[in-house]
Each structure stands twice: as C-alpha cells, then as structure tokens.
Design a protein around this ligand. Structure first.
Ligand code: DUC
Ligand code: ZN
Ligand code: ZN
Length: 467
C-alpha cells in the first residue's frame, strides 16, 4: 500500500491504550495502524513524541454577538488558527441568533462567517433564547434533523435566560429528536439581587462580579436544571461547572439514575476569584461566568477530574480585547462590573494546562487526558468515531505532542485575537508541536504550514455516551 502520510515512531495514545506504533494515512483517513508500513509521500518521524487524537474543544465562542458596541476578539480565522496551534482539530462554537434573526437565519449567517475561513473543522451548537411556536415547532426541529444535534439554554443573562417552563418546553423538543441539552446553570434573579446590593454599597470593581455570583447561585441552578431534565425525561450536560457543591448535585443525580454529563474548564482548576481582585482594572481580564472560585473549589474540581465525574474539559474560549472600548473597557465597565463583557480566551492553552497540571502531576493518566480533551467531546456530540480517536477509518486528525517541551505561557507566543492571556507567566511542560487535520499538516513547530484553510463544518449524529 502507498500512503500519503506515515507517522513513525510515536507513542500513540487513545482513551483506551498507549502503544508504540506507526500510522498510515490515505485520503485524509487513518488507513493502517502497525509497523513496517513501507512507502509514503510524506513521512514524519515522531520519536519521543506522543501521537494523540486532535483536540476537540466542544465549548468555544467565536464571532458571537456580545451586546451593543462590544465585539468578540476572534473571528473564525483567528480562533481556529489559535485552536490549531493549541493542538485542536475540531471546535464547537455556539450559534446565537441576533435580535432580528430567527435560529435558521442565525445558522446561515454563521456558515457565511465560517466558510473558507477555518484552519480546523467546526460544528455549531445552537443557543435557544426564544421559545415562540416557530422556533420550537419548526426551526429547532429542522436544524436538529440537519445535524446540529445539541443546543444550549441559559438560566442567566437578561435577554438570554429562559424561565423554567420555557426550559421544559425546549427539553421536550430535545426529547423528541434525541438532541443534547446543554445548560448554563446560574440563577439570574439571585445574581440581580446581589448585584443591586453591591451597587448600592459602592462595590463596583471587577472582583464583585465574582462576589455577586457565589457558589449557591450555581448550585441551585444546577439542581434545578437537573430536576427539570428529570421531569422532561432527557439527558443533559451541565457546562462550565466551577465548584464542588454543583458537582455534588450532579453526583447525587447520577445516584438517582439521571443521565447528567459534566464539563469543567481550565479557569476553575488554575485561577481563583482573587485574580478578579488584581489592582486597577486588571481583574476584568478574569471576568467570566461562572467566575473562578477559591482553592478549595479548585481541589474539588481536580477531584472531579481524577474520579471521572467530569467527562468533558473544554476551554469556554470567549475572547475580548482588554485595552479596547469594544472589549473589556466598554462603556461603563470601569464604573461597574455589571458592564464588563463576560469571557476569557483559552482555546490555545487548554491542552497544555491539563497536560502539565494533570498528567505531569500524576492526577490523571494519558488515556484520561485523551478522553477529557477529545474522545468524550466527539462521543457526546455525535462526531465519534470520525473524530476523537486514532483508529482505522477515522479522520487523520492527529496532534504530535512533546511531553518534555517547557514553555512559559505568554501573550507573545499565542495566536488568538485577544491582547492578553489569563495565564501570563504560567509555566507548563508538554506542548503540541505538530497539528494534522485530515492528513494535512496545519501547524508544525510553531509555524502555520498551509494557509489554505481546509476546515469544514461538520453535521453531527445524535449524541452518544462518553467513556
Ligand atoms: N457563558 C459561557 O458559556 N461562556 C462565556 C460567558 C458565559 O456566560
Ligand atoms: Zn455559559
Ligand atoms: Zn461559554
């Protein structure tokens, strides 16, 4: 057999095994896994490296409308470039309808933004922020059938949040079509109560973003979301879980027999609310929702990863420029935290942070790293086994990983559209050196190889079960 590409000499890791073997690629797919493969047009010698399934980051925000006069720092070109440098080959951004758009028009507009601009593959989750009969009766079912098999609902943010009844109505559509409901679990009324109190007391700096979204706000909403899903009879995914009490709600639900999936993010493992208390307006760089907590909750989230409670580890990449009136310094933000755009960049640093803090520190093994960063995302969101593994017939989406490469994370070495990283100065060991999408090298040793932007949109199957 003549291969287009052979990767030789790597330790090949999947969610199940780590084996020293070679990989032969034909027409963008893995054709053979074994030794002595013979000839290829291109051979990459990867001795001393791991070959991992390309990262699948199932929670990113790209070119998402973010309010009047605020602009997200990444478009599809810059976000997918940054993701590729970070060892990812697929990202799943959220499609949020603007006020004048219905859900179908919003998806069309996202396709127009993404087409021809992606360095890696993408697939859109939907955000359901309206529950009128046309949305629930026509647009959502048609889009689910067309392969957008997951959507997110919000329990916070005026204009986005749904009532309990609305969430139930949306869940009923998910049930009919077998789709996955993702929930942003924070109690908006409780937040507004606390926010008004903070404002009256003159507590308006970035830190009070965290103080007015304390753990019970998330714990209560997590419990309620799970209860609603039990009532509607659907599985659900709680995204960006930040603390031990919310995770306890998920554990208890599973003991009851509920199918609840859970995601956490690097910010809940490595940052704390004290970061929002940095001097001047620096704390705004760390404003995201839910906010980073304290060290005790970091430990609880690490335990959740170690024990297998979290199936997903995503970036929640939601980038804004710090030094811009269209970003973190938008009108009114320096006067009150209420106006600071929520979100931080992180698609490029997700994998190195978990490898360094998780694998190198003995908290998780390499197979679990692969499951948390790639395989489970592909399984849960209907992309497996095309994505998320190294197996015969799968897309040849492979990241070559140098487990010994030491880097200090810094804005200078990243490729996102934001002007800062929350992990400035954070030291990591383990870094992606080559990212391969469907058999083509996209990034090699810090250089974008091929700017022809081969990424495509993927229609997805129905959700499967993570490992
Ligand atoms: N929710 C997200 O999922 N991402 C960023 C901000 C938010 O509230
Ligand atoms: Zn969210
Ligand atoms: Zn998010």
């Amino acid at each position: 057999m003549k291969y287009d590409l052979i990767i030789k000499g790597a330790e090949v890791a999947t969610a199940a095994d780590v084996t020293r073997t070679d990989i032969g690629v034909i027409d963008g797919r893995i054709a053979t896994i074994g030794l002595d493969l013979g000839n290829a047009d291109q051979t990459i010698v990867a001795t001393g490296l791991y070959a991992l399934p390309g990262g699948v980051d199932s929670h990113v925000h790209i070119s998402q409308p973010a309010g009047p006069n605020v602009k997200m720092a990444d478009d599809f070109e810059s976000a997918t470039r940054s993701a590729a440098f970070g060892g990812n080959t697929t990202v799943l951004p959220f499609c949020l309808p603007e006020d004048h758009q219905n859900l179908r028009e919003a998806v069309d507009a996202y396709h127009a933004k993404a087409t021809g601009n992606c360095h890696i593959d993408v697939s859109f989750h939907l955000i359901v922020n309206r529950t009128d009969p046309q949305t629930l009766g026509q647009h959502l079912p048609a889009l689910l059938e067309a392969g957008h098999t997951s959507f997110k609902v919000f329990m916070t943010y005026p204009g986005m949040r749904l009532t309990d009844r609305e969430i139930l109505d949306v869940m009923a559509v998910a049930k009919k079509h077998g789709a996955m409901v993702m929930v942003h679990a924070e109690n908006e009324d409780a937040i507004e109560f606390l926010r008004e109190g903070a404002e009256l007391d003159g507590k308006t700096g970035p830190y009070y973003h965290a103080a007015t979204r304390p753990v019970p706000v998330e714990r209560e909403a997590t419990h309620r979301a799970i209860s609603l899903a039990e009532i509607a009879g659907v599985p659900l995914t709680i995204v960006h879980v930040s603390n031990g009490e919310a995770l306890d709600e998920i554990r208890r639900a599973r003991v009851r027999g509920s199918r609840v999936h859970a995601e956490t993010c690097p910010q809940y493992l490595t940052l704390t609310a004290d970061d929002l208390d940095r001097s001047g307006f620096e704390g705004a760089k760390y404003v995201c929702s839910p906010p980073p907590r304290d060290e005790e909750n970091q430990v609880a989230c690490w335990k959740g990863l170690e024990q297998g409670d979290f199936e997903l580890y995503s970036s929640d990449h939601c980038p804004f420029i710090f030094a811009s009136p269209e970003g973190k310094q938008t009108d009114g933000a320096e006067q009150c935290f209420r106006h600071i755009p929520n979100g931080i960049p992180g698609v490029e640093t997700r994998l190195p942070l978990l490898f360094s803090e998780g694998v190198n520190k003995g908290r998780i093994d390499l197979r679990r790293f692969v499951a948390l960063t790639s395989t489970n995302h592909a399984k849960l969101y209907g992309l497996y086994p095309k994505k998320g593994t190294i197996a015969i017939g799968s897309d040849a989406d492979i990241v070559l990983w140098d487990p010994k490469l030491n880097k200090t994370i810094s804005q200078d070495i990243l490729h996102h559209g934001s002007d800062y990283t929350p992990w400035e100065g954070f030291n990591v060991t383990g870094w992606p050196v080559t990212t391969i999408l469907r058999g083509k090298v996209v990034v090699d040793n810090g250089i974008l190889q091929d700017d022809s932007r081969h990424g495509v949109h993927l229609n997805r199957n129905l959700p499967g079960k993570p490992v």
